[in-house]
Ligand binder design. Sequence first.
Ligand code: TYM
Length: 330
Amino acid sequence: MTEKKRIFSGMQPTGFLTLGNYLGAMRNWVALQDEYDCIYSVVDLHSLTVRNEAKDLRERRMSLLAQYIACGINPEKNILFMQSHVSAHAELCWVLSCFTYMGELSRMTQFKEKASKQEDNINAGLFTYPVLMAADILLYQTDLVPVGDDQKQHLEIARDIAARFNGIYGDVFKVPEPYIPKVGARIMSLQDPTGKMSKSDENKNSYISLLDPPETIVRKFKRAVTDSEAVIRFDAENKPGISNLMSIYSSVTGKTLEQIQNDFEGRGYGDFKIAVGEAVAETLRPIQERYRELMASKDYLLDVMRKGAENASRIAGRTLAKVYRKTGLV
Ligand code: TYM
């Protein structure tokens, strides 16, 4: 029997997931869970790079775990855990930071973007964030990392760090491959379709939250910024708003961009926006119901967390022990 290949991925507990998180990453996590041996983490240590109230962070971690399960991740078949419950992440992060160059970290576009948004708190953790992410992935001898397009550069640096370390100490880490969807890898803001949809956006109309009620979803799509050509046609450069709505509609209905163009030929943007809103609301409805049930079962969530931490620690511990042995830290 051949062993299943392994997947690792994670999301930050920054609130409710957006439609971008869902279509860019979560849907693939769910789709790949039978074929792969999957480990999904709530990456809470990463969240300390911005200031949080302790109480809020505690709640958001639990809520994100419930969102993973509500979206369809089966905790019986996969390992779901809190990053901070497995100390090997922080330990390997330190080791790997000694094999990562300042120059390569300073080229990270996400660091530059985030630093420009929090000029009063450009902490060292924000700078070394990709090293912790590399540790997350490499600890589990991961084959595949399903993420959205914005994490591609972080995946590349993780691969570089792994190859560099292996070049010195022999085959310690598996070099992981990214898994980025063809449609939906970069869902754009509904208010400024040249920027990505993000939950940290101040304008709540710019993103769809996993927990938005159906009427809010339809309203946000009705208000989505488009162009004045009034033709439903995919052209990301000249028609970013309509192209974004087409990608979203394609992702949730499974229709190709061509089919959508044909189906809506001669119809106005108003009709199309309502169709997209209703399709998204319909996709999220069962997730919202399941989420509410799960949040009422805190003991169950704690149990999933506990088991996940045990199982993840076992695997991570093996890699960390090998790293310590190879580097002379026995
Ligand atoms: P995070 O929490 O910002 O986002 C979680 C996932 O959602 C994807 N995503 C999007 N996809 C499409 N369109 C969008 N607008 C959009 N916004 C977000 C992200 O690409 C991501 O897959 N650094 C990571 C978390 C992380 C991680 C890891 C991921 C930490 N360690 C190890 C994989 C493996 C992050 O901040 O994701």
